[in-house]
Design a protein around this ligand. Structure first.
Ligand code: GLY
Length: 388
């Protein structure tokens, strides 16, 4: 199986590669040594759901490349994506006598990558980070683009997603497709929500056939055909890389472009995700929603809004709804609180600027636009449309 390399082009000095291929973790230590020739130490932040052997193998490979290693495991849950966990990671890094040129290596899903990346951004005002995503969601989205951070628990007890963080681009991203063979089904499906999101933007970012390709490849993706997964990850990373190259810090003001487009489905999704009792199947034991499940619901609400504004056709909404269902993702949810409560939660999202609600709306033809100050009646109707 060939290795594909996707370049994330920034300013020429911080550009980096995303490697997509099979059994790449075996050569990770060599790659880290090549990137950090003068480093004495490496610090591994690892998902506590991964086998101890994964950490031990990486640590011994790093030792063979003359790195003194230390590490910490973290629990990949939204409540654990916290300032307390960040503090624990930073103290452990400091205790390992980590210096400025020494890399932090994140081995895990999006939560591990975000916390490790934020620790690397802030420890001694910035040390190198290498992202080694182990979930589909982190391969196609979270590990690429340099967003790092934690959630903030406010005195009223609610969780403000990713409210505290920093942009800190990795030096390298290594997406080892072999790791997807043991990923739980629910996590694989959740990652597909971000792929469908990219497909709805893909006409603007050089891959207009991504949506039909995902539709025709869904059975091969779900049965984890390795070549199909490698193509899925490379094509999605390429879209993410183009978006980030054009607007690294989500500053573009234009309504037709910029990194804000990646928030498609996320303003609705983040609000829904903060509701701990929602479940993708309706079974309480499956609560809470995974991030990708909330994004799938958010994409459907965004499509409904777009249909109300006549920028998307009902057939696009139904086509995407049917794809999400085939991928095993929810398109409606039981137990949603009153729509004005969900709207209020959306107002807490960090993507609200100057009190203005900003939504990303899909158009027919693989493009999206940013809509500021949408009609509240339309937004409330869209929330109702995803209610069982
Ligand atoms: N996940 C959205 C972004 O990276 O901008």
């Amino acid at each position: 199986m060939t290795l594909s390399r996707v370049q994330v082009s920034l300013d020429g000095t911080r550009d980096y590669e995303v490697l997509v291929g099979h059994s790449l973790t075996g050569t990770l230590a060599d790659r880290v040594r090549a990137l950090c020739p003068n480093a004495a130490r490496a610090f591994i932040v690892i998902d506590d759901g991964l086998p101890e052997l994964a950490r031990a193998n990486l640590a011994s490979a790093l030792s063979r490349r003359q790195f003194a290693t230390a590490g910490i495991t973290i629990r990949p849950s939204e409540p654990d994506k916290s300032l307390e966990t960040l503090d624990r990671v930073l103290v452990a890094i400091a205790e390992s006598r980590h210096e400025r040129r020494d890399p932090v290596i994140a081995l895990g899903g999006g939560i591990v990558g975000d916390v490790a990346g934020f620790a690397a951004a802030t420890y001694r005002r910035g040390v190198p980070v290498i992202q080694c995503p182990t979930t589909l969601l982190s391969m196609v989205d979270a590990s690429v683009g340099g967003k790092t951070g934690v959630n903030l628990r406010t005195p009223d007890g609610s969780l403000k997603k990713n409210l505290v963080g920093a942009f800190h681009q990795p030096r390298l991203v290594v997406a080892d497709i072999s790791l997807l063979s043991s990923l739980p089904d629910r996590q694989l499906r959740a990652g597909m929500a971000e792929c469908v999101k990219h497909a709805l933007l893909s006409g603007q970012f050089g891959d207009p056939t991504l949506l039909p390709w995902i539709e025709s490849s869904a059975p091969a993706i779900l049965s984890r055909d390795s070549g199909t997964l490698a193509e899925l990850v490379s094509r999605n990373v390429a879209i993410k890389a183009r978006v980030v190259a054009g607007d690294e810090r989500e500053e573009a003001e234009s309504i037709v472009g910029g990194r804000a487009l990646l928030n498609l489905g996320h303003t609705f999704g983040h609000a829904i995700e903060t509701l701990p009792n929602l479940s993708p199947t309706g079974q309480p034991t499956d609560a809470p929603l995974h991030h990708g499940e909330a994004v799938a619901l958010g994409i459907m609400a965004a499509l409904e809004t777009a249909v109300s504004y006549r920028v998307a056709s009902p057939s696009l909404r139904d086509r995407v709804g049917s794809l999400l269902s085939r991928l095993g993702l929810p398109t409606k949810v039981r137990g949603l609180p009153p729509s004005d409560r969900v709207l209020e939660l959306m107002g807490h999202d960090k993507k609200v600027q100057g009190g203005v609600l900003r939504l990303v709306l899909p158009h027919d033809g693989g493009v999206c636009i940013v809509k500021d100050n949408p009609s509240l009646a339309i937004v409330l109707g869209a929330i109702d449309s995803i209610r069982v």
